[in-house]
Design a protein around this ligand. Structure first.
Ligand code: PEP
Length: 247
């Protein structure tokens, strides 16, 4: 099964209704969607509006979700609530959530399983900090993050793994195509060795970290890079060029 190119947009925090509207109506709705799956992840209060504005072939993702169905968990959102407003996807374990909200590997693994079991598709994020890379620990960090997911998940059909080196997120320091390919190939081999050859072959592994219209083309040519998770550039018209990077 060929892995269809996949591009997610993550506008993170601090965006306005007008910006979301122009992003979706003027940018995303003009993208060519035959060859590429496109998913946009606005802040939670904009999800419903985004779903209503976006072309139906564009997926909508939440930036996080909790792992309880309902109850006294003030401030949290459940998969059932997301499904209620026709949101199909969720990003989990973004490095900002790991760093600022102390999300552990195990917590991300449990949330991933709960979201999948409750009908969402999940983009779990993995990635090393600069100090890990400099200490030669990149793959150890990523394998521990993957193991916590694999320990909890039985069916990988609805997972797209995002490799986001923390040192590349929002810094303008993109990984080189060779650096990204090396990690993507390592993740795929880990899946083959620890889950199954079929899951390794079929699971998309997308790259995130300072992707823009200039660097997307070269990254997209690497054989294990199946798309992108884009932060800053997802808010600009160049997002369409990133979506079309492989065409
Ligand atoms: C992100 O926020 O997930 C991200 C990859 O950001 P940026 O593209 O701005 O580095």
């Amino acid at each position: 099964m060929a892995r269809k190119f996949f591009v997610g947009g993550n506008p993170t925090l601090n965006r306005s209704t007008a910006l979301i509207k122009s992003l979706v109506a003027e940018t995303l709705n003009t993208a060519k969607l035959d060859e590429t799956v496109v998913v946009i992840a606005p802040p939670a209060v904009y999800l419903e509006k985004t779903r209503a504005t976006a072309n139906k072939n564009i997926g909508v993702a939440a930036q996080n979700v909790y792992y309880k169905e309902k109850g006294a968990y003030t401030g949290e959102i459940s998969p059932a609530i997301l499904k209620d407003v026709n949101v199909e996807w969720v990003i989990l374990g973004h490095s900002e959530r790991r760093q600022y909200f102390n999300e552990s590997n195990e917590f991300v693994g449990e949330k991933t399983a709960f979201a999948l079991e409750n009908g969402l598709k999940v983009i779990p994020c993995v990635g090393e900090k600069l100090e890990h890379r400099e200490a030669g620990k990149t793959m150890d960090i990523i394998f521990a993050q993957l193991k916590a997911i694999a320990d909890n998940v039985k069916d990988w059909t609805n997972i797209v793994i995002a490799y986001e080196p923390v040192w590349a997120i929002g810094t303008g320091k993109v990984a080189t195509p060779e650096q990204a390919q090396e990690v993507h190939a390592g993740i795929r081999k880990w899946l083959a060795d620890n889950v199954s050859a079929e899951v390794a072959e079929n699971t998309r592994i997308i790259y995130g970290g300072s992707v823009n219209a200039k660097n997307a083309g070269a990254l997209s040519k690497e054989k294990d890079i199946d798309g992108f998770l884009v932060g800053g550039a997802s808010l600009k018209p160049e997002f369409v060029n990133i979506i079309n990077a492989r065409l």
